[in-house]
Write a protein of this length. Structure first.
Length: 61
């Protein structure tokens, strides 16, 4: 069980670094808002984070 938690944490940190490298500080803000919204089960914050990420993805394409 601890090994799975470490792997999941490493993947989350890796994804966060990828978002920061690719989309800059606004990508980190969007990712943090999305993850806080999911953990707190707050649809407003999670939705705002998701919308920001989608806008950043659409802008780069």
């Amino acid at each position: 069980m601890p090994l799975i938690a470490i792997v999941v944490a490493a993947l989350a940190i890796g994804f966060e670094q990828l978002v920061q490298w690719r989309y800059g500080p606004m990508g980190i803000v969007a990712f943090v808002a999305l993850s806080i919204g999911i953990k707190a089960k707050n649809t407003a914050i999670g939705g705002a984070g998701a919308v920001l990420l989608v806008m950043l993805l659409a802008q780069s394409g």
